[in-house]
Ligand binder design. Structure first.
Ligand code: ADP
Ligand code: MG
Length: 475
């Protein structure tokens, strides 16, 4: 790491929880942060925001879920001039889901100024609507490198006013082979822009990328807090045949509301899904074969607590931001101990405890030993047989998801849906969960027991003055 780091990596993990008030942020932004209940900075925010707000280039490394999005969003929003109708900030992300998540987070943080336009540019949808959104003027662009490159080549996206370029999940973009696309896009940006690079890990490619496209970057590294007391890790020995059945036993015993179940292969994901469904669990899977709309629906249902188990491979699950996750179950032990630590780090976030449960066949033992060595702690073995007797009632998610056909295109906002449910339909606020508005659909989580009635009443009444089609999503 020769010429890229004028300052030594900062042990950000040691930073105390500090208030946003000590940063040079506008009153509007500070008020928004209060509303969002972002009361103190996360460690990576505390370490990187002062650098980013001072205008320096930055390389920031911290694990998934540590608050990296707000770290760059607050920096780019601070620099933005809403009265200037040109693209001033651009965020490159590896996938559409991540781009959507980033867009949503920036939108929430940009609430203080309602005239900031953010456009998402990703593949998998037609160019035309994106081109017309750009024609109408955008301040911030979020998207995948390939699609952004497309727009640059067609001349539908101009970057001469760009102040801030963000490379989010840079390691993942490199894994996906986006180096050349990122290089192409970076070369189209004004040379005096600020570049902020965020990454969960630090492979060699990052150094190369930083050398080529960042100017005297400062570096912030949040050392992963292994096996914090919040993650309770247990290993269960199983033989190969009982592996999939064992998952249901764990679920019935621990009864987590949301569980992410990791498989090493896509085939195993399919097999596990079949087993769980036949046992009556509400489970969904995420894999590359799904259409974009199906993927969106899976993620929404899982995040809003209307699906108990999400079965996924590491690739499918990377970067997903699911804040409340009571358990991670490893169906296999991954050969790479770092991946294991990454997997289990998704539970036990914020101040809540989480379970990390791993199924392990005799041939997996050397892998467990490698994990124990890296984590510097002895594995805690438990006996599956001891759990078998539990005869609990079925594990049912607390919520169910209603899909309303109609979304941002119809100018539906979360408040309209909440209003319809709590107004004429007569439900209480407490019976309504997360509301997600996409371009063409709106998804609302409601307490499972009222789902059908709520769907019926919504269809019979009106949302935003219009009759809408509503259905309960099956899982
Ligand atoms: P990362 O990009 O590091 O994976 P995210 O930016 O997606 O993490 O943030 C993870 C979660 O933490 C999000 O749900 C976000 O709303 C929340 N969050 C971010 N910053 C704060 C904060 N300062 N206080 C409370 N919650 C926060
Ligand atoms: Mg992120």
């Amino acid at each position: 790491m020769t010429d890229i780091s004028p300052t030594p990596a900062m042990p950000a993990a040691n930073a105390a929880r500090r208030s946003f008030n000590e940063l040079p942020l506008s009153l509007g932004i500070l008020a928004t942060l209060q509303q969002l209940e972002y009361l103190t900075m996360t460690p990576i925010q505390a370490a990187s925001l002062p650098i980013a707000l001072a205008g320096h280039d930055l390389i920031a490394q911290a694990k998934t879920g540590s608050g990296k999005t707000a770290a760059f969003a607050l920096a780019l929003l601070t620099r933005l001039n809403p009265r200037r109708f040109a693209v001033q900030a651009m965020v490159l992300c590896p996938t559409r889901e991540l781009a959507d998540q980033v867009t949503q987070e920036i939108r929430r943080l940009a609430r203080f100024a309602d005239n900031i336009k953010i456009v998402t540019l990703c593949g998998g949808t037609t160019m035309r609507p994106q081109m017309s959104s750009l024609e109408h003027g955008a301040h911030i662009v979020v998207g995948t490198p390939g699609r952004i490159m497309d727009h640059l080549q067609r001349g539908s996206l101009k970057l001469d006013a760009l102040n801030t370029l963000v490379l989010d999940e840079a390691d993942r973009m490199l894994d996906m082979g986006f180096y050349d696309d990122i290089a192409f896009v970076s070369k189209q940006c004004p040379p005096d822009r600020q570049t902020l690079l965020f990454s969960a890990t630090y492979p060699d490619g990052i150094t190369r990328l930083a050398r080529q496209f960042l100017r005297k970057p400062q570096e912030v590294k949040l050392l992963e807090q292994h096996e914090g007391s919040k993650i309770r890790q247990r290993f269960y020995e199983v033989n190969h045949e009982e592996r999939l059945q064992a998952v249901g036993i764990l679920l019935k015993h621990y009864r987590p509301v949301s569980t992410l179940a990791f498989c090493n292969t896509k085939q195993q994901c399919r097999d596990l899904l079949d087993v769980l469904k036949s046992q009556g669990f509400h489970a969904l899977t995420l894999n590359g074969d799904l259409e974009q709309r199906e993927r969106d629906q899976v993620l929404i249902q899982f995040a809003n607590r209307s699906c108990s188990v999400l079965v996924a491979t590491d690739l499918a699950a990377r970067g997903l931001d699911i804040s409340q996750l009571e358990a991670v179950i490893n169906i296999d032990i991954t050969p790479d101990p770092e991946i294991h630590i990454h997997r289990i780090g998704r539970t036990g976030r914020a101040d809540e405890a989480g379970w990390a449960l791993s199924l392990c066949s005799p041939t997996d033992m050397p892998r467990v030993a490698a994990i124990a060595q890296m984590m510097g702690s002895e594995p805690e073995w438990h006996d599956l047989g001891a759990l078998k007797s539990s005869k609990d009632s079925p594990l049912v998610p607390p919520m169910a998801t209603l899909q309303i056909l109609g979304g941002r295109k119809e100018k539906i906002r979360p408040g309209d849906v909440l209003g319809a449910l709590t107004g004429e339909a007569g439900f209480t606020r407490e019976q309504v969960g997360k509301i997600t508005v996409n371009d063409q659909s709106t998804y609302v989580a409601v307490v499972r027991s009222i789902a059908r009635e709520a769907a019926r009443k919504l269809s019979a009444g009106k949302v935003k003055g219009k009759t809408v089609k509503v259905r309960v999503l099956e899982d």
